[in-house]
Design a binder for this molecule. Structure first.
Ligand code: IMP
Length: 477
């Protein structure tokens, strides 16, 4: 394909995640030697459809279905070992090898107390109407430990003394938080640890071990019992993935020096970035190009493609200017099958927002993009596009530049965005099936016009346009 593809390229979400990055990574992977995940954890859900079969990966890079490509989970990813082992088992059950996987010894391990704390905090915050709407996978607490330097890097699983010290310290802190801040009693704490992950073939025996230890601990403190059993379990999980563990930064540097082609797979989207997104309604790693560089240790990435859906969706709380409420939103959700790949939650839906698209292009330093799910809009008579925001809030004391009633063409901070109305421009729909189009010229004139208008408004060029779920339902320009 694709003489325009650079030897090192990154695929980044340009909205709030769920833009369809998985399909694009899977599509481009044949042009590369390696596919790298460098951020996020199993809050992500990357969906790939091949021959009608749907594969959803939460942790494995989306190049894993190509046995000849090396797939790397780099330092910046947080790993729930139970989820990873389950994904590997699922692939092996379908006759696929996963010898092509490498995992950084520096990646941090997501522990049961991270998941438990994530859910407990959300419960507590929801009581005061301030929940984030997280995926409940423990992502925030795990990255918080990384930043606080109390996390557990994968390599620690092979040093039982260090592992015990760290788990013991962490449990002391987390159980205090659960008990005193979240109001969990002893019984609820025990129950949470015995059920922290859903039961399947991989987890069942481990959950039974935790249960057994807690039940037989009698009057002994939960903390010490838990520490011992978790050390045993996580040391054992370490040995189960040991064959994949390596220094991925060195591996990537070597590969780069030898001219290997490397594709970096972003997770989530630009507006879930803690700095550049709609804070605090964001995730806890950086889904932007900055996050990929920090998370992989590779700074020389020559090309960044941002993925933008032909409309906008988000899951969880937070402002969403072009959001559709009522039956229009329901209709878009139904045609786009907009339900979370990780949690199954219905996604909030709205029109394409060119203010967001321009910001995503700027933050990620690119003018190259991918447009996905254009086919989902095929039944619409008219298609509104958000071209600006009108600020309807009160005078802003933090930044006096924002005045009530003013029109905005650039991304405001979250508190301003929460009080903005969309300025919409209506474009004509095409009202026919476009899923068979394989070149831009095959698209009906109204669809071509829609794409060109989005490019003009967003300041990007759509190199790839996706018109269906399958790999081949794609236009490459
Ligand atoms: P967390 O990453 O689970 O802490 O969730 C924080 C916010 O990011 C919530 O609004 C989630 O719905 C959102 N989020 C996290 N991962 C994804 C994703 O892969 N797609 C879309 N939204 C996500």
């Amino acid at each position: 394909m694709s003489s325009w593809l650079a030897p090192t390229a990154a695929i980044i979400g340009g909205q709030w995640g769920d833009e369809g990055k998985g399909k694009i990574v899977d599509l481009l992977a044949p042009n590369f030697d390696m596919v790298v995940r460098a951020t996020g954890g199993n809050n992500a859900g990357h969906t790939i459809v091949i021959n009608g079969k749907k594969h959803v990966f939460h942790l494995l890079p989306s190049g894993i279905l190509y046995p000849e490509k090396l797939n790397v989970i780099a330092d910046g990813v947080v790993i729930d070992l139970f989820v990873l082992l389950e994904e590997i088992r699922e692939l092996e059950k379908n006759g696929l090898r996963v010898e092509n996987l490498r995992i950084s010894a520096n990646a941090h391990i997501l522990m049961p107390y991270h998941r438990i704390l994530d859910v407990a905090r959300e419960e507590k915050l929801s009581g005061i109407g301030a929940k984030i709407g997280t995926t409940g996978r423990g992502i925030g607490p795990c990255y918080a430990d990384t930043a606080a330097r109390t996390g557990i890097p994968l390599r620690m699983l092979f040093d039982k003394t260090a592992l015990h010290n760290s788990i013991r310290q962490n449990l002391e802190e987390k159980i205090a938080l659960l008990a005193h801040y979240c109001g969990y009693d002893d019984e609820k704490i025990r129950h949470s640890f015995s059920n922290f992950i859903s039961e399947n073939e991989i987890t069942a025996s481990y959950l039974a071990r935790i249960n057994h230890a807690l039940a037989s601990s009698g009057a002994a403190p939960t903390l010490d019992t838990l520490a011992l059993v978790l050390v045993d379990i996580y040391a054992e999980l370490g040995t189960r993935i040991q064959q994949y563990v390596t220094n991925t930064t060195a591996l990537l540097h070597r590969a780069h020096a030898f001219g290997k082609r490397i594709l970096f797979e972003g997770a989530q989207g630009t507006f879930l970035d803690p700095y550049h997104g709609t804070y605090p309604y964001v995730t806890s790693s950086h889904p932007t190009i900055g996050g990929i560089i920090a998370g992989s240790g590779v700074a020389r990435i020559s090309q960044t493609l941002i993925v933008l859906k032909a409309y906008t969706t988000r899951v969880g709380e937070g402002p969403f200017v072009s959001e559709l409420h009522g039956k229009d939103g329901d209709a878009l959700r139904a045609s786009g099958e907009e339900y979370g790949a990780t949690t199954g939650r219905p996604r909030r839906c709205g029109w394409y927002d060119s203010v967001m698209a321009r910001h995503a292009a700027a933050v990620n330093g690119t003018t190259e993009a991918v447009l996905t799910k254009l086919d989902v809009l095929s039944s619409l008579e008219k298609i509104p596009v958000c071209v600006g925001y009108q600020y309807t809030g009160s005078p802003c004391f933090a930044d006096k530049a924002y005045k009530p009633g003013m029109e905005l063409r650039t991304m405001p901070p979250t508190n301003i965005m929460a009080h903005c109305e969309p300025m919409l421009m209506e474009l004509p729909g095409w009202k026919c099936d476009i899923s068979g189009a394989r070149t831009f010229a095959h698209l009906p004139p109204a669809a071509q016009n829609y794409v060109r208008k989005l490019e003009e408004l967003s300041g990007v060029l759509f190199r790839i346009i996706s018109v269906g779920k399958e790999r081949d339902a794609t236009i490459i320009r």
